[in-house]
Design a protein around this ligand. Structure first.
Ligand code: UN1
Length: 514
C-alpha cells in the first residue's frame, strides 16, 4: 500500500505566500500579476492551480534583450577571465545564502521534493565553483611547428551571445550550467526558461543582477525573456545569437537544430533520454535496488536521466523485480514540500495522460503492469501517481519511446552482448548503467563496443550526475555537452595562430613559391 504523506495539500494562498516570501528574500522586484491576467501562467503541480501570471516578452522586448546582450558582449569579452569569474563567484555566494528560498520555488513550480530541490540548487552552486576555477584555466595548446623560428598555438576567445532554452524539470540548474560557464568564457546570455517555470527564472535572474551590481559587472550580460515557442524561435532565428543551447524534447531539437545550422549558428542540444541499466548475475542486489529505485522513481520519473529500462539477467529477474516492487510500495507519494515525501506530482495533466497511454500500450504489447495508478490527494487538478514497474516480454515499441513519467520497463537477457545490444537499441543515447561485481563485464560495458550513451556508469544509477563531468548524449539526445570537463569549449571560438619570429619565410609542406 502506498502511503500518501500529506493530506490536505497546501492551499494556493499558502503557496502564493511562500512564493512572495522567497521572491522578496532574493530581491526579485518583478510584480507578479493576478492569476487571471494574460501572459505566462505560473502554476504549481502541487495542486494544479495557477498562482500568478508573468508578462510574456513581446517581439520587441526579445529583440531588445538580444541587442543588450550583444552590446554587453563588446566589453565583457575583453574583461579578464578571472575578473569575469568574480561575478560567478558572487552568484555562487548568493545561491548559498538563498539556497532554501530557491529550493522552495523549485518545489512549488516543478514539484520536486525538498531534498531534490535543494540538490538542484546545490548543482548551481557547484557549477559556479567549477566555473570560477575555469576562469583561470581557459587554456590553449602550443603545438610543435614544422618550421624553424615559428610558434604554432591555439587560443580560445569569447563566442558572443548565448541563447539558453531550458526545460521545466531542471528549472534552475541547467540555466546555471550554461550561464556560469558562458559568463567566465566571456559570453553574454539570453535565457528563455520553460513556460512552466517562470518564477524560478525571475528569482535566478534577480540574484545574478545583484551579483552584477555587487562586483560592478555590466547588468546586460544576462537577459531573461519569458514566453513559449514564439519567443524561443526568435532566439533560434537571430543571427546575433552565436550559440543556442537548448534542453527539451527530441521533437523540439529536430526543429531547432537545422534552423540554427541554416544560419551557421552553433547549437548545443540536450534532448531526450531513454536510459537503461543492465543488472548482471554478480550484481550486489541491495545496492542495485537502491540505485534503481532512485533513478526510476525519483523526481517522479521526470529527469532526462531517469532510468526507464531495466535489462536484467533472467536468472535474477524474479528476485530483483519483487524487491523493486516492494521498495516501490513503500515510497511515500504526495506533497513534495512535506517531510518524508519521496515522490511528488507529475508536472501536469498531459504528463499523466501520456503515462496512462504508455501503460495501456505496454499492456497491449504483452506487459504486466504493477503500480502506475493515480494517487488521490484530494485535489482533482493535481496529478500524483504510484511509480510503475512493467515486465515486458521483449523490448517492444512502447519501450523505445521516452515517456516523461515514472515507468520502469523490465526485460531479461541471457548474454552480455544481448544486454548491450538492448541498451543501445533505442534512438536516444543519454545515460546508461551496469550493476555488476565482475570487472570484465563492467569494462566491456564501458568499451568502444559497449554502451553507446554519453553517460555510462558502473554500480550507480543513470541519474544524478555530478557537474564535474561533461553532460549530454549521443544519437537523438543531440550530441551536446554541457557542464564540466571541457564542455566550456562549446562556449568559445578557437583560433589557430602561427607566429613567425624568424627572418625567413618558409612555407609549410615544403612549398616553394617564387
Ligand atoms: C536533466 O534532467 O535535464 O544527472 C538534467 C542528473 C542531473 C541533471 C539532469 N544532474 O540527473
Amino acid at each position: 500500500m502506498t502511503t500518501v504523506v500529506t493530506s490536505p495539500l497546501p492551499t494556493s494562498d499558502a503557496l502564493r505566500t511562500r512564493v512572495r516570501e522567497a521572491m522578496t528574500a532574493v530581491g526579485a522586484q518583478v510584480p507578479l500579476g493576478d492569476p487571471n491576467a494574460g501572459g505566462v501562467t505560473a502554476s504549481s503541480p502541487i495542486n494544479g492551480d495557477v498562482l500568478f501570471t508573468v508578462a510574456e516578452s513581446t517581439p520587441d522586448q526579445v529583440d531588445a534583450a538580444i541587442a543588450a546582450a550583444a552590446e554587453a558582449f563588446a566589453t565583457w569579452r575583453t574583461t579578464p577571465a578571472p575578473v569575469r569569474g568574480a561575478l560567478v563567484a558572487r552568484l555562487g555566494q548568493l545561491l548559498v545564502e538563498h539556497k532554501e528560498e530557491m529550493a522552495s520555488l523549485v518545489t512549488i513550480e516543478a514539484g520536486k521534493i525538498t531534498s531534490e530541490a535543494l540538490g538542484e540548487v546545490q548543482e548551481m552552486i557547484d557549477i559556479c565553483e567549477f566555473a570560477v576555477g575555469l576562469s583561470r584555466q581557459l587554456y590553449g595548446k602550443t603545438i610543435a611547428s614544422e618550421r624553424p623560428g615559428h610558434r604554432l598555438m591555439e587560443t580560445w576567445h569569447p563566442l558572443g551571445v548565448v541563447g539558453v532554452i531550458t526545460a521545466f524539470n531542471f528549472p534552475v540548474a541547467v540555466w546555471a550550467w550554461n550561464t556560469a560557464v558562458a559568463l567566465v568564457c566571456g559570453d553574454t546570455v539570453v535565457w528563455k526558461p520553460s513556460e512552466l517555470t517562470p518564477l524560478t527564472a525571475i528569482a535566478c535572474h534577480a540574484l545574478l543582477a545583484r551579483a552584477c551590481a555587487d562586483v560592478g559587472a555590466p547588468e546586460g550580460v544576462s537577459q531573461l525573456v519569458q514566453g513559449g515557442r514564439e519567443v524561443g524561435e526568435r532566439l533560434v532565428e537571430d543571427h546575433r545569437v552565436a550559440l543556442l543551447s537548448a534542453t527539451g524534447s527530441v521533437r523540439m531539437g529536430r526543429q531547432i537544430g537545422p534552423r540554427v545550422a541554416q544560419r551557421f549558428g552553433k547549437a548545443l542540444l540536450e534532448l531526450g533520454g531513454n536510459n537503461a541499466a543492465v543488472v548482471t548475475p554478480s550484481a550486489d542486489l541491495d545496492l542495485a535496488v537502491r540505485g534503481i529505485v532512485f533513478s526510476a522513481a525519483g523526481t517522479a520519473g521526470q529527469r532526462c536521466t531517469t532510468l526507464r529500462r531495466l535489462i536484467v539477467h533472467s536468472s535474477i529477474a524474479d528476485e530483483l523485480v519483487s524487491r523493486i516492487v516492494s521498495a516501490y510500495a513503500q515510497l511515500p507519494v504526495g506533497d513534495p514540500s512535506a517531510d518524508g515525501t519521496l515522490v511528488g506530482p507529475l508536472i501536469h495533466e498531459t504528463s499523466y495522460r501520456d503515462m496512462v497511454g504508455a501503460l495501456q500500450q505496454a499492456a497491449a504489447e504483452g506487459g504486466t503492469v504493477v503500480g502506475g495508478e493515480r494517487v488521490d490527494v484530494g485535489d482533482e487538478g493535481a496529478f500524483y501517481v504510484r511509480p510503475a514497474v512493467v515486465r515486458m516480454p521483449a523490448q517492444s515499441e512502447v519501450v523505445h519511446l521516452e515517456t516523461f513519467a515514472p515507468i520502469l520497463y523490465v526485460m531479461t537477457y541471457e548474454t552480455l552482448d544481448e544486454a548491450i545490444a538492448m541498451n543501445n537499441a533505442v534512438p536516444q543515447g543519454l545515460s546508461s548503467a551496469i550493476f555488476t561485481l565482475d570487472v570484465r563485464e563492467a569494462e566491456r560495458f564501458l568499451a568502444a563496443d559497449g554502451s553507446d550513451c554519453g553517460i555510462a556508469n558502473v554500480n550507480i544509477g543513470t541519474s544524478g550526475a555530478e557537474i564535474g563531468g561533461a553532460f549530454g548524449g549521443e544519437k537523438e539526445t543531440g550530441g551536446g555537452r554541457e557542464s564540466g570537463s571541457d564542455a566550456w569549449k562549446a562556449y568559445m571560438r578557437r583560433a589557430t595562430n602561427t607566429v613567425n619570429y624568424s627572418s625567413e619565410l618558409p612555407l609549410a609542406q615544403g612549398v616553394h613559391f617564387g
